[in-house]
Design a protein around this ligand. Structure first.
Ligand code: S3P
Length: 444
């Protein structure tokens, strides 16, 4: 089964240009971390602008099951009453992670250095994803795992206390693996070190520092060396979550592609470890202007004004892939409408996301009339030069329980002759529950 229990099909077709001003919901990565770090602080953390998508709600339920108090006030502010580092309680039932890899891998890091046992379960998509990448370092620290074949969910882990501090060089560029080790390090005596040959999103480092953790980042021979001293008390924070650049990406791209569009996407987080898509789209000829650049919760933020633009194909430098790792599906849509060829490479990690995003996007865009060549580590796309793609006249495209495939193909539908039919839009609720409402608003 590759769709949800109640699939929600929908056809997306051409309509009005995208105009006016919309604001995207809170950043998913920062929202997960707000709940987890708040759960480990001593006292009450508040979070405004928290993303209320299914993935983040899975994290909320899990930290609640391990003893933290998590509440939403009527004005939308969330409060998290923490148990303190070392204070997590044994959950009484399995932790249901739904579709969320971030919840799973980061929470595994938290459990690893607490003397508790936890079982993690997830949906069909999450149950196919590799957990060996976190099991390996957390085992070195002393945690014990019984996983399903191939190091997958469902799995049961027994945390250790005390854990052993390790020095770990990341074999894959993954913020989730980095974060899992650093979070285990929070309740480990001594200094836990993570070495990142390639920089990935740095929200964990920024936010843990804000919470009072003893954490340093040093650049040595081109690598990032992150050290955390364990058993330090975390202080509660008042967090304002900036808008998610990964959600803004769909509206920015739609406005570039749909003729006549002139849209402001407000409150977009522009952390340099996240925002490379906007640079790539600009290099392709896209008009994306930053307005009112400011600082929100320790992260750079701006409103983006985006106007319909003629795009030109590009060769994307694989070195920047980690800074736009979730944005390749929507970049493939932009490239399908550009003039000339776009070449992407170095994207092996896309094969182990919520779906195999290289094969899922190659299949969906090909079905919608785009010209795509799928390679082992990327796609090569011959664009239409601005002409609409044909769209899907017959069978719907398959989202494989992947929110970003669904939203990317929805945007493709806006620039297609016959529209694009999507088999299931329900996964969109994992990260962007208001996507369809905001699209209607922008096209009104
Ligand atoms: C995330 C890290 C990335 C990203 C995911 C969120 C995070 O995963 O794809 O959507 O919040 O740390 P990887 O660490 O697997 O690259």
């Amino acid at each position: 089964m590759s769709h949800s229990a109640n699939p929600s099909p929908r056809r997306f077709t051409t309509g009005a240009p995208l105009t006016g001003r919309i604001a995207v919901p809170g950043d998913k990565s920062i929202s997960h971390r707000s709940l987890m770090f708040g759960a480990l602080a001593v006292g009450r953390t508040t979070a405004r602008g928290l993303l209320e998508g299914e993935d983040v709600m899975a994290t909320a339920a899990a930290v609640r099951a391990m003893g933290a108090g998590v509440e939403r006030a009527d004005d939308g502010t969330w409060t998290i009453d923490g148990v303190g580092v070392g204070g997590l309680l044994q959950p009484q039932t399995a932790l249901d992670m739904g579709n969320s890899g971030t919840s799973t891998r980061l929470l595994m890091g938290l459990v690893a250095s607490h003397g508790i046992t936890a079982t993690f379960t997830g949906d069909v998509s999450l149950s196919k994803r590799p957990m060996g990448r976190v099991i390996e370092p957390l085992s070195l620290m002393g945690a014990d795992f019984t996983a399903s074949p191939g190091g997958r969910l469902p799995l049961t882990m027994r945390g250790a206390h005390p854990t052993v501090p390790i020095e770990y060089r990341l074999p894959v560029a993954s913020a989730q693996v980095k974060s899992a080790v650093l979070l285990a390090g929070l309740n480990t005596p001594g200094i836990t070190t993570v070495i990142e040959p390639v920089a990935t999103r740095d929200h964990t480092e920024r936010m843990l520092t804000g919470f009072g953790a003893d954490l340093t980042v040093e650049e040595v021979d081109g690598e990032r060396v992150i050290r955390i001293r364990g058993e330090v008390e975390l202080k509660p924070q008042d967090i304002v979550v900036p808008g998610d650049p990964s959600s803004a990406a769909f509206f920015v791209t739609a406005a570039l592609l749909v003729p006549g569009s002139d849209l402001i996407v407000a409150n977009v987080g522009l952390n340099p470890t996240r925002a490379a898509l906007f640079d790539v789209l600009r290099a392709m000829g896209g008009y994306i202007e930053e307005l009112d650049r400011r600082d929100v919760g320790g992260e750079p933020v701006a409103d983006l004004r985006v106007r319909h633009s003629a795009l030109t194909g590009i060769e994307v430098d694989p070195a920047i892939a980690p800074s736009m790792i979730d944005e390749f599906p929507i970049l493939f849509v932009a490239a399908s409408m550009a003039s000339g060829r776009t070449v992407t490479s170095g994207l092996d990690e896309l094969r182990v996301k919520e779906s195999d995003r290289l094969s899922a996007m190659a299949a969906a865009l090909t079905a919608a009339g785009a010209r795509i060549e799928e390679r082992e580590d990327g796609l090569v796309i011959e664009g239409t030069g601005g002409e609409p793609i044909s769209g899907t006249a017959g069978a719907p495209v398959t989202t494989h329980l992947d929110h970003r495939i669904a939203m990317s193909m929805a945007v493709a539908g806006l620039v297609s002759r016959d529209g694009v039919e999507i088999d299931d839009t329900s996964p969109i609720a994992t990260s962007f529950p208001t996507f369809e409402a905001l699209l209607t608003e922008a096209m009104a």
